[in-house]
Design a protein around this ligand. Structure first.
Ligand SMILES: Cc1ncc(COP(=O)(O)O)c(C=O)c1O
Length: 290
């Protein structure tokens, strides 16, 4: 069965799924996106993704009139017709199609596209046991990265540098030496049992997995401090971690090839990972295949 995509109200075969050459997402990255996990056929943290998308629309004055219920129904229909139990749902909402001109068009309607692809979440279990490495790169992004726009070139380059170095992620470090986040993940260190992570601001994306992790940690009486931390602090930390929709919790065991702690996944990461997978099971019924 060919895979289907949702393009502006229609389901079409993925290979024929196109947007207009004058779509503002294509020409200006004038577009928002979300990536949501579908696990065991169910959406994980749907409300969080929806709230972040709506917040982005408000901040960028994108007038998206589809109701919450209709958006969920269209997303669920797309997941169902593609027949995946475990998948990533990609949603992209641009300001619409109009003759190229930087200012907002008067009469464009936002273009919503959605795709879904199978995703093996169980691969994360093995990575969790081994831990992953990160490298550091300069954060050269614009000053509103709290908005989840498709303008991701700096993130793409960070990820490519990481890939070339055999690392899982590139950590984006500010001119002041603060570790902000990864190219597509949020970043944390652990010191004396306390989790430290960059506070929400214009300089990081408010990750959905981040919100879940911090809530679960606080519920479990683990202290969380939201403040910037430096690369030097990270190198001296007991443990380091990353989270995202596609990697719910991974221990970071090396930074630029240097070990964090003793260079192996630590006890706080293991405890947090157990909490995260329990929450995923609670929401979706997903269990790692044995
Ligand atoms: C820059 C950046 N930070 C963090 C994240 C993690 O966000 P979430 O937990 O919502 O997947 C992402 C996800 O794509 C990202 O692009």
């Amino acid at each position: 069965m060919p895979q289907l995509a949702y393009v502006a109200g229609r389901l079409v075969p993925l290979r024929d799924a196109h947007v207009h050459v004058e779509d503002r997402g294509l020409q200006f990255a004038d577009a928002l996106y979300e990536v949501a996990a579908v696990m065991n056929g169910r959406m994980l943290d749907w409300d969080g993704h929806l709230t972040r998308l709506r917040r982005g629309c408000a901040a960028l004055f994108i007038e998206f009139s589809m109701s919450d219920a209709a958006l969920l129904a269209q997303a669920q229909r797309l997941v169902a017709v593609n027949g995946h139990r475990d998948a990533l749902l990609y949603m992209q909402l641009s300001r619409g199609t109009a003759r190229r001109d930087h200012g907002f068009p008067l009469h464009a309607r936002p273009t919503l596209v959605m795709t879904v692809r199978r995703f093996d979440f169980a691969q994360r279990i093995g990575q969790q046991a081994r831990g992953v490495g990160v490298i550091t790169v300069n954060d050269m992004r614009w000053q509103r990265v709290d908005l989840k726009t498709t303008g991701l070139l700096a993130n793409v380059l960070a990820k490519q540098d990481a890939r070339a170095a055999g690392a899982f992620e590139g950590w984006l470090v500010s001119a002041d030496g603060d570790v902000r986040e990864g190219g597509s993940t949020n970043a944390y260190i652990v010191r004396d049992g306390t989790i430290i992570t960059h506070p929400l601001s214009a300089h990081i994306l408010p990750g959905i997995a981040r919100a879940t992790l911090l809530r679960l940690a606080r519920d479990a009486q683990i202290t969380v401090v939201e403040r910037p931390f430096t690369l030097d602090e990270a190198l001296a930390a007991d443990e380091a971690l990353l989270t995202s929709t596609t990697a719910p919790l991974l221990p970071v065991v090396t930074i630029d090839g240097r070990p964090v702690g003793d260079g192996a996944p630590g006890p706080v990461a293991a405890r947090l990972a157990a909490l995260v997978w329990d929450e995923i099971a609670r929401q979706t019924g997903w269990k790692a295949p044995r």
